[in-house]
Write a protein that binds this ligand. Structure first.
Ligand code: ZN
Length: 260
């Protein structure tokens, strides 16, 4: 029988589904083992082993039983590193965190180490909980970096049609051509679905190239934030090739003014 050794790992809880009367199936992302599915037996009864910490978005220390071939890995114990409680109690934060976590859940294969993706999600969830940056800036940062890690980052510095650098195109407005993977100038697409100025594109390029510390030192225009949201929230589902369910909730809150 091939059995893997027991192991401990940090992990972020992406999804929890009840299984039978007492068990939970958990989807987590870890730094070194990537995404994993864990079975937490009797999770709903055992406060000793799980201490009531198996909440969505929580950052946990996980003690796992090595899996036997073909069997789900068992979670033996879990303890809390960071609860990130506000992500479950403040509806706007819940909406953003749910969106990011859904993207991570559906992107890539289980068991492939993704330390950069883990670090990105960890950083934005922590920053959202601690109010280090406005949620919409964090969401843009997450989406742009997420797509960069996936090798699908939108091209923001030159037109995907004529290939002219945006700096050389005067005061033209730009649109997004999701299929061609980036921005397109008004000459190449006279009637784009959304338009964005060169200045706003530069701000988005800064967010895409820098980390949280850099974003904290900057002030972003509302044009860049609005256009960036619209761009990325259509660009990502297009490239994932699927509907992103949590986006509906996010948009609903935005339209009702609850994200202001
Ligand atoms: Zn062009």
């Amino acid at each position: 029988m091939n059995a893997e050794a027991d192991f401990n790992t940090p992990g972020i809880l992406l999804r929890r589904v009840e299984y039978g009367d007492n068990d939970l199936i958990l989807n987590v992302i870890t730094p070194d083992r990537g995404k994993m599915v864990l079975m937490a037996k009797a999770a709903k009864r055992s406060r000793r082993r799980f201490g009531g910490v198996l909440d969505l978005f929580a950052i946990l220390d996980l003690s796992c039983r090595g899996s036997r071939r073909g069997r789900m890995t068992l979670l033996a114990e879990a303890s809390l590193c960071e609860s990130l409680n506000s992500l479950r109690t403040e509806v706007a934060k819940t909406a953003y965190a749910s969106y990011w976590v859904e993207l991570v859940h559906f992107w890539g294969e289980e068991g492939q180490p993704q330390p950069d993706l883990y670090a990105l999600l960890y950083d934005v969830l922590m920053a959202l909980d601690r109010d280090r940056l406005p949620a919409r800036v964090l969401s843009l940062l997450f989406q742009l970096h997420f797509m960069n890690l996936a090798g699908l980052g939108p091209r923001l510095s030159a037109c995907v049609g004529c290939r002219c650098p945006i700096g050389g195109l005067g005061d033209l407005q730009f649109g997004l051509d999701a299929a061609r993977g980036g921005v397109i100038c008004q000459r190449c697409d006279p009637k784009p679905r959304l338009t964005v100025s060169r200045g706003a594109l530069k701000e988005l390029a800064w967010i895409a190239a820098g980390g949280l510390a850099r974003a904290q030192r900057m002030r972003f225009s509302s044009e860049a934030l609005c256009a960036g949201e619209e761009m990325m929230e259509s660009f990502i589902p297009f490239h994932l090739g699927r509907e992103v369910r949590s986006l509906k909730f996010l948009r609903h809150l935005r339209e009702s003014g609850a994200l202001a």
